[in-house]
Ligand binder design. Structure first.
Ligand code: AMP
Ligand code: ZN
Length: 680
């Protein structure tokens, strides 16, 4: 809160301005000035004021972004002028015919065109009155659509209020869509929650726009692109050209896709279409073609429209990205983290100009759900992803010999028995020596929170693994200065003696100076992060003790559930991992916890549960958390009856209130430091 006594009204106005400015910086300029957390804090403060003083809540308040109460159904609104469709063309000849037709309608005219991307989403009509977004409607039947204003307000890139320069009434047509990245994230969440996956961003957008509960819409992260400034027929001020109006919309802060181009004739139009047909996969959103529009507003008026579509515009539709083919085989692919995924080898087929031979099946669970089998006729789709995917199967065309595909039992690279972690859709190769896994494993082993080996960066790890000098972490400790010094950094520069000697010295240091918990973490056991590693170190005290622990014994440790226990067991049951551990021990690594380190006297916060909130001076929350854990305390994310202390820094918010409600002891920074100091 600001130190001066500000009226809630002034404060709310100030917060609205600030939030709008930061939204612009973040979403439009991609130059944020404050962290997401600080942004959320401002938003929470505004929401709180509006909660207490509902009369201060405005239609353009950024709090409307998170959605409001669900509605029973949508109100209807008439489109004036109607939202027309577009005529389609599918090849260069049809484009040429369209241009010829324009020339017949208006002989002796030079046409200039604006070419735009045809974003594949759902169209919206947006109305700003006195600079404020007051209406958003779907196309509906073109004459009457659904009012989805609350839903549109949740679209972060869409300004709720325009700058003062905006006309008093502004009607804009736009396409709302979901970015591929947002769509992928959504499906990932759904997969994790065991829900059915959505088919594609377009259908998901269509479903989302018509959600009755705008809070659900807010969570989906839609985006929007404005493509048409609609000037009322009775407005006889001078009309800008279409290109000028796109620039003007962008100047008002409205999201306009800036890939549009003014084209002087058919050749330039064709070049634009071909260019984007080629580049469409590079975009983070799907486009299904290009829209070609006459630029001159007078020519547009003279051309007019049919009942269905304007004569001054046409869509150039891209070739379908789907094709039918046959699955020849289903192979397994091992990723860098040991994840094994199925890949369909296909009868080669031409899709949108390129030959496709392989398609990803995502994971074995997904494969089973779609029931893809060897020999199946399938539909594949080339989206923006590098590898096309199998969309659907023609089950009715199967022969009698068709049988469901069984996932592999062993790693195709190293023959290790594959392991399926509970609650995970992926199969994994847990063999630390699997070549596909080695590189990532070494990188993790050497990383800062693990063995902290200075000089062992991505480049060096790549060279060592690629050149066969290192096959597992134990090999690192056999490296000599000469071997390292000879590595070629560039064509004519070697790594050199100095750097090599430094790296060997830091390897030697890591051998003796790292704690048992770092070593356990460095092994890269699935689900064993650094805090789990320190729990395991404290409980089992030696690597051998940990390796010998049964799943039941592991689960007896606080915070360790069946999933982690199973993963730890699978790791130590692997013969190759047992060999790795033997060699690490021979290399002289510390396999036992320093007796002093877990002496009870050093754990004064043993069993105490902390929650951190707000900002601390001179240390990050991570650092504070690490110091608490070093003294045996536990840090969790949310305040509950089990919380012993809430550490509240500057600008603490809802967690502080909750702690006070629950009677949890609250520490300020001085209180925390006293507690931490007591342990040292
Ligand atoms: P169609 O749905 O095939 O009749 O194509 C017309 C639709 O394309 C419009 O209703 C818009 O939703 C959509 N569209 C996407 N991008 C544009 C654009 N740049 N200009 C005009 N319409 C577009
Ligand atoms: Zn393997």
């Amino acid at each position: 809160m600001s130190p001066m006594a500000e009226s809630p009204q002034d404060r709310a106005a100030f917060l609205r301005e600030e939030l709008q400015r930061h939204e612009r910086l973040y979403y439009l300029d991609a130059k944020p000035e404050i962290s997401d957390r600080d942004f959320d804090r401002l938003m929470a403060e505004l929401a709180e004021i509006e909660e207490e003083h509902p009369e201060l809540r405005t239609a353009d308040s950024p709090t409307q972004r998170v959605g409001g109460e669900p509605t029973e159904g949508f109100e209807q609104v008439e489109h004036e002028p109607p939202m027309l469709s577009l005529d389609n063309t599918y090849d260069h000849d049809e484009l040429e015919e369209w241009v010829e037709r324009l020339k017949r309608l208006l002989p002796d005219t030079e046409f200039e065109f604006i070419c735009e991307l045809k974003v594949d989403g759902v169209s919206l009509s947006l109305l700003y009155e006195a600079g404020v977004l007051t209406q958003a409607a779907t196309r509906g039947n073109g004459r009457v659509g659904d009012l989805v204003t609350a839903n549109a307000r949740t679209i972060r890139t869409l300004p709720l209020r325009l700058p003062a320069a905006a006309p008093t009434r502004l009607l804009v047509r736009a396409e709302t869509y979901m970015r591929r990245s947002a769509f992928a994230a959504l499906n990932e969440q759904r997969a994790a929650a065991g829900q059915e996956l959505y088919a594609n961003p377009r259908n998901t957008t269509a479903g989302t726009v018509r959600q009755l509960d705008s809070r659900d819409v807010a969570r989906r992260r839609l985006d929007v692109a404005c493509y048409e400034w609609v000037q009322p027929a009775d407005d006889d001020r001078e009309r800008p050209s279409h290109g000028e109006s796109l620039a003007a919309l962008a100047d008002l802060g409205l999201p306009v896709n800036d890939s549009w181009r003014r084209c002087k004739g058919l050749d330039e139009v064709v070049a634009f279409c071909d260019e984007w047909q080629e580049k469409r996969g590079d975009l983070d959103f799907e486009i299904d073609g290009v829209v070609v529009k006459v630029d001159d507003p007078d020519l547009r008026q003279r051309l007019g429209a049919t009942a269905k579509a304007p004569r001054w515009a046409v869509a150039f539709k891209f070739e379908a990205e789907q094709a039918e083919t046959v699955v020849r085989a289903i192979n397994a692919q091992v990723g860098r983290t040991g994840a094994v995924t199925p890949v369909a080898e296909l009868e080669p087929v031409l899709v949108a100009g390129t030959t496709v031979k392989r398609a990803t099946l995502h994971n074995y669970e997904d494969l089973a759900r779609k029931d893809v089998r060897v020999g199946d006729a399938v539909v594949i789709e080339k989206g923006g992803d590098i590898i096309p995917k199998v969309v659907s199967v023609f089950e009715e065309r199967r022969g009698p010999e068709s049988k469901p595909f069984a996932p592999p039992g062993e790693c195709p690279v190293c023959d290790e028995k594959l392991y399926q972690p509970e609650e995970e859709a992926l199969l994994r190769c847990v063999n630390a020596a699997c070549p596909a896994v080695v590189r990532e494993a070494i990188r993790h082993f050497a990383s800062r929170n693990a063995m902290d080996i200075e000089g062992m960066g991505d480049w060096l790890v790549g060279e060592l693994v690629g050149g066969g000098l290192v096959r597992d972490p134990a090999d690192l400790y056999g490296l000599t200065v000469d071997e390292l010094a000879d590595l070629k950094k560039t064509n004519d520069a070697r790594l050199g003696e100095k750097a090599a000697a430094r790296t060997v010295a830091s390897l030697a240091e890591s051998r003796k100076e790292r704690s048992l918990s770092r070593l356990i973490y460095a092994l890269g056991i699935r689900f064993v992060g650094d805090s789990t590693a320190s729990l395991l170190a404290r409980r089992f005290r030696t690597v051998d003790g940990l390796a010998a622990a049964s799943a039941e014994e592991l689960e007896e440790v606080d915070e360790i559930g069946a999933r982690i226990a199973e993963s730890v067991r699978a790791f130590f049951d692997s013969e190759r991992n047992q060999d790795l551990l033997r060699r690490l021990k021979e290399a002289g690594l510390e396999f036992e916890e320093d007796a002093a380190a877990d002496d009870g006297a050093d754990q004064p916060l043993e069993g105490k549960v902390f929650v951190l909130t707000g900002s601390l001076e001179g240390m990050t929350r991570n650092e504070a958390g690490a110091r608490i854990k070093a003294l045996g305390g536990k840090v969790t994310g949310s305040v509950s009856g089990k919380t012993d202390f809430l550490v509240a820094g500057e600008k603490a918010g809802s967690k502080l209130r909750k702690a006070e409600q629950l009677g949890v002891e609250v520490l300020d920074q001085a209180g925390l430091e006293e507690l931490l100091g007591a342990g040292s």
